[in-house]
Ligand binder design. Structure first.
Ligand SMILES: *[C@@H]1O[C@H](CO)[C@@H](O)[C@H](O)[C@H]1NC(C)=O
Ligand SMILES: *[C@@H]1O[C@H](CO)[C@@H](O)[C@H](O)[C@H]1NC(C)=O
Ligand SMILES: *[C@@H]1O[C@H](CO)[C@@H](O)[C@H](O)[C@H]1NC(C)=O
Ligand SMILES: *[C@@H]1O[C@H](CO)[C@@H](O)[C@H](O)[C@H]1NC(C)=O
Ligand SMILES: *[C@@H]1O[C@H](CO)[C@@H](O)[C@H](O)[C@H]1NC(C)=O
Ligand SMILES: *[C@@H]1O[C@H](CO)[C@@H](O)[C@H](O)[C@H]1NC(C)=O
Length: 782
């Protein structure tokens, strides 16, 4: 640490040391831990800076400025859901949740990772919490509980962000139901989080005055609750956990993530009246003696240092801080990153440490499947005797899921965290392995299977992916296919790409449809419905009247959307990408949806490739070609002819259709034939113009793309063509194509396609489009 920082630190230490001397258990643990760290450091050569680690420890121990033990936490919110669903219960550290944190061994697992702190989320103050705190203490774990959001409900609404009362009432109950032992705090309580990410909900980042008022008044309520019960002895610091967002409306640090919020809160604690708060307790004294900052972040360690900590240490030189959620998911060097952030903390005078985010994946919260070190997994029916049962007041009896470790390439997150935290390691015999029949059919499930290294399991999983894609596997997935996807560099994308090309070992169904997933929650479905309608591929005012029920509407909208997306884009359908919608939709084969209790006329099957809609491209050709339908191929050839500026004079000869459909048939061959102007067509002077079938929005985007290519200067668009996107596109596409043709040899099927938004049309065609004639830029074809 810099000398200036040390100097400042010593002046505040008179306050801190007195608090620490009362804290005997922590001291013993500290020595023991640093000894353990030393021994481990010797054989762990990867962590090159362990020597530095030791000296900084001795330094702090001999000087008066002993830094508290490094915080190595785990963020713990063990929801019971094993598939996407809404949560029924939020407080997992109440006595009733003992089968989870105790019976399943969660706290023991956390301790064996080498962690010393458990960070919790909002609690229900009407429930008892002492058992959890006792159990944590027996394992040398400290606990950071947090206030539940319910305490803020009233002040957020009619209460004008005055949160004193709600916070005080909730905290009084907390103190009486476990936080206090007699008149003193339970020794395992390390900090209390008065509110998590307040700036995102009270009411928003845009209103710093309001969230500051809410937080400060809530802190005042917590302090007043302590006072009212006459709490004795050392008290834990309070903290407020902010997000790592930029606060553009804050008075300071608008261009630094997290810091604007921190600055605002400090200002409000020191000058509460400025924010409309008349505190009952002395908040200045509180800030100087009992407040610790904290924040959540998904950034890697070097960014935390450079974007945040370097500036924090200057701006808040005497207030410690910790990362209450730390995890940079998808980081290829997770272990290194974890070690690095701990090293940063060790060398910082203010950063106390981190809490790893998070113990397990959360199926009750969309988007929370990339953070956890465990996946909760349901038990088999016949195996349920093995699992424990838990009962909350608002739920029926629930089986406690087992924990399956999440793989990270060829290791697991728990192994990486154990190495960083230097714990003895988790006893694997208590865990279960990811089950190929139960993991989510998603990238996450796929990576779990890769990590498992079990061919049979991968075969079972791929079979489920095929089903999701609207096919089915009559026998088994060939082992060599499964093996191909077992290497650590295999990608889910590649599996999907292989499957949509319809391999022979599976059967496929053109009446498969994108429809609602009946297991999704109604709120997810309703949310996605609004989102899809907003995208504009499907006209949601045209939902058939008979599909009025939420699920039927969703099936019609999702099905129509998917079909339109398939035609608007020049690649193979990707049901897992465009028909998943966070679990609201699924791609279902016809033999299954025909048996489902849904209205059949609200189902929109993908159907055979429509030759009137596919792009005139290599890919579009292949789709029509694989249907082996001469009528469809004739339509495609006719459209291709029109896209080269030609006009059909007679019928496309049957012999040519047959030739195109033959094994050697190709798009290149079709293109060459058309370029030679066969006698069944005629060619006139044509122009590259936007295709009337395209969406105005896509055409607009194509204009931008063309203008950026430097072939044609878009500053030259005549005023009369600026009135509509269509006229503008006609002028831009036409001029671009003409300029290109002057420079090099071109083919309209490639150079006037713009992803299906343009057509090189003869007059008979472009006249039907009704563009302003002056905006059409013709090119003689020869
Ligand atoms: C809400 O509180 C602010 C101060 O924080 C005050 O200026 C405002 O008048 C209050 N509004 C109402 C309706 O009481
Ligand atoms: C509040 O505490 C601060 C710092 O301890 C002190 O300077 C100030 O006088 C106190 N204010 C009141 C009103 O007691
Ligand atoms: C509690 O807060 C005070 C004031 O910020 C600080 O000096 C002290 O180190 C904090 N204690 C802990 C354990 O964070
Ligand atoms: C791991 O747990 C099993 C079953 O609970 C137990 O029998 C075994 O002794 C444990 N192993 C270690 C090394 O603690
Ligand atoms: C591989 O996975 C299958 C299917 O889940 C399972 O039955 C089998 O026991 C596993 N084999 C090994 C060696 O774990
Ligand atoms: C969800 O929507 C379906 C279909 O509209 C309806 O039958 C069901 O009762 C709804 N469920 C809930 C929990 O509202």
């Amino acid at each position: 640490m810099g000398t200036w920082a040390k100097a400042v630190l010593i002046t505040v230490l008179t306050v801190r040391v007195s608090a620490l001397t009362e804290d005997c258990p922590e001291k013993g643990l500290h020595l023991l831990q640093s000894k353990g760290r030393f021994i481990l450091a010797k054989d762990d050569t990867i962590d090159g800076e362990n020597g530095g680690d030791l000296t900084s420890d001795t330094e702090t121990r001999t000087g008066e400025t002993r830094k508290p033990e490094l915080m190595k936490g785990v963020s713990y919110g063990p929801s019971m859901s094993t598939s996407p669903s809404e949560a029924h219960h939020q407080d997992y550290f109440c006595d009733a949740a003992e089968p989870i944190w105790g019976g399943r061994g969660d706290l023991e697992i956390i301790a064996s990772l080498g962690a010393n702190v458990v960070r919790l989320y909002g609690n229900d103050p009407t429930l008892e919490h002492q058992k959890f705190l006792d159990h944590a203490q027996s394992l040398n774990l400290e606990v950071i509980p947090g206030m539940g959001d319910r305490a803020f409900q009233q002040c957020k609404g009619i209460g004008n962000f005055s949160c004193f009362q709600g916070a005080k009432e909730a905290y009084l109950q907390n103190l009486q139901k476990g936080f206090l032992v007699g008149k003193a705090y339970h020794p395992s309580i390390k900090y209390f989080i008065v509110v998590n990410e307040p700036e995102l909900k009270l009411p928003s980042l845009g209103e710093p005055k309001k969230f500051a008022k809410a937080i400060v008044s809530a802190i005042d309520g917590v302090l007043d609750a302590e006072e009212e019960l006459g709490v004795e002895g050392p008290k834990p610091n309070l903290t407020v956990t902010f997000s790592f967002a930029f606060c553009n409306q804050c008075d300071n640090f608008r261009d630094r993530p997290g810091l604007g919020q921190l600055w605002t809160l400090k200002d409000a604690l020191l000058n509460p009246e400025k924010y409309g708060v008349e505190p009952k307790r002395n908040l200045t004294a509180f800030f100087e003696t009992r407040f610790t900052f904290s924040f959540n972040s998904g950034n890697p360690s070097d960014e935390i240092q450079s974007l945040f900590l370097d500036h924090y240490e200057v701006a808040f030189p005497s207030t410690p801080i910790f990362v209450a959620e730390y995890h940079n998911p998808g980081n290829p060097h997770l272990k290194k990153d974890l070690k690095q952030i701990l090293r940063v903390a060790r060398h910082s005078s203010l950063l106390l440490g981190i809490s790893f985010f998070e113990f397990q994946n959360r199926y009750d919260q969309a988007g929370h499947l990339i953070w956890g070190m465990f996946d909760p997994q349901g038990h088999d029916e016949h195996d349920s005797a093995r699992s424990q049962v838990v009962k909350f007041k608002e739920t029926s009896e629930l089986h406690v899921p087992c924990l399956s470790p999440v793989f990270d390439h060829d290791t697991t997150i728990i192994e990486e965290l154990t190495k960083a935290y230097k714990g003895p390691g988790v006893n694997m015999s208590k865990l279960c392995l990811p089950d190929p029949d139960k993991v989510l059919v998603s990238k996450h499930g796929f990576l779990q299977m890769v990590g498992l290294k079990n061919v049979t399991a991968m075969q079972i999983f791929i079979k489920r992916v095929v089903t999701k894609l609207g096919g089915f596997v009559p026998y088994v997935v060939p082992a060599e296919i499964a093996e191909m996807f077992m290497n650590p560099f295999a990608r889910y994308r590649d599996l999907e790409a292989m499957l949509v090309s319809h391999p022979e070992w599976a059967r496929w169904d053109v009446f498969a449809s994108c429809m609602v997933d009946v297991e999704a929650t109604n709120s997810t479905v309703a949310g996605k419905l609004a989102y899809i309608c907003g995208l504009g591929y499907v006209d949601c005012s045209k939902v058939p009247e008979s599909c009025e029920d939420l699920w039927d509407t969703a099936s019609w909208v999702f099905g129509t959307h998917f079909r339109e997306v398939v035609y608007s884009q020049d690649f193979t359908p990707k049901p897992l990408q465009h028909c998943y919608l966070d679990g609201a939709a699924q791609f279902v084969r016809s033999s299954i949806w025909k048996k489902m209790p849904v209205k059949k006329d609200c189902i929109v099957p993908l159907g055979w490739t429509d030759p009137n809609k596919v792009h005139i491209s290599q890919h579009g050709f292949h789709l029509v070609w694989s249907n082996r339908d001469p009528v469809a191929m004739k339509v495609f050839i006719t459209r291709a002819l029109e896209h080269t500026g030609g006009k059909l004079e007679t019928n496309v000869p049957e012999s040519f259709v047959t030739e195109t459909l033959a094994l050697e048939g190709s798009f290149k061959m079709l293109q060459d034939t058309l370029a030679a102007h066969p006698p069944w067509g005629s060619w006139e002077t044509a122009a590259c113009v936007p295709d009337r079938e395209a969406k105005a929005r896509d055409v607009g985007a194509a204009i931008g793309l063309v203008c950026s290519k430097g072939i044609f200067d878009c500053g030259q668009i005549p005023a009369e063509c600026k009135g509509s996107v269509w006229d503008q596109a006609a002028y831009v596409f036409g001029s671009y194509y003409r300029n290109l043709k002057v420079r090099s040899s071109t083919s309209p099927l490639y150079d006037c396609a713009f992803d299906g938004r343009a057509v090189f049309a003869g007059p008979h065609l472009y006249k039907q489009f009704n563009y302003t004639p002056a905006c059409i830029v013709s090119v003689p074809d020869h």
